[in-house]
Design a binder for this molecule. Sequence first.
Ligand SMILES: C[S@@+](CC[C@H](N)C(=O)[O-])C[C@H]1O[C@@H](n2cnc3c(N)ncnc32)[C@H](O)[C@@H]1O
Length: 224
Amino acid sequence: MTEAPGNEPEHKDEKWITTDSRILSDEELKMLQKQDQKLVTEFKRNKLELEAGRYWDLFYKRNSTNFFKDRHWTSREFEEIKRMLSENRQVKLLEAGCGVGNAFFPMLEECSNLYVYACDFSPRAVQFVRVLKPSGYLLFRDYGIYDWAMLRFSPGSKISENFYVRQDGTRAYYFAKETMEMLVKKTGFRVVSNEYVMRETINHKKNIKVPRVFLQGKYQKESR
Ligand SMILES: C[S@@+](CC[C@H](N)C(=O)[O-])C[C@H]1O[C@@H](n2cnc3c(N)ncnc32)[C@H](O)[C@@H]1O
């Protein structure tokens, strides 16, 4: 609903759109003028600029994901987003300053074709956002314990339990299914499957059978 500038809506909670800014009452003008009497010092201004990310990070330390409500209005307010979400092709979105995802999670629920790139300068906020939407699947395959390559590491290569360093400095971890189950459950996933895949590769040159072991699993993210 659009109204002429200066016309107040009948109901206080009504929304209207105008290209003009509000016309202030004398009292409100005085409130603004009072603010100009004392500005933030230059030192503090610079510090706030330099440490803007840290302050937001502390904000998320205090509030975790409990402060902002999910914003279900984004597609109502932006015709472009509404159109994009209703399209039958994959759409990509970048949210700069995503916080803990209160804007893009509702959009992901609305549209299965949506792929979101998101960033935030608060590391804590980023940690609260997992890349996978609720009920999404994590598909996993990596080396499993007692894979042949694990047994062939020479003394001096073992870093810790099931964890080794190769000669070129790259590291390899050999997963036990119990470890994986514990890790995924701790981070909010339900185990759908979690199994060892065994393969025997034949090394013709050495005339030996090489037992390869992989851990393969499908884990579903719990609903929020
Ligand atoms: C009010 S919150 C909104 C979060 C999210 N967009 C939402 O709608 O719920 C603003 C977010 O922007 C982030 N932010 C502010 N300035 C930023 C910058 N220069 N670079 C990256 N993130 C920034 C903050 O860390 C904070 O998470």
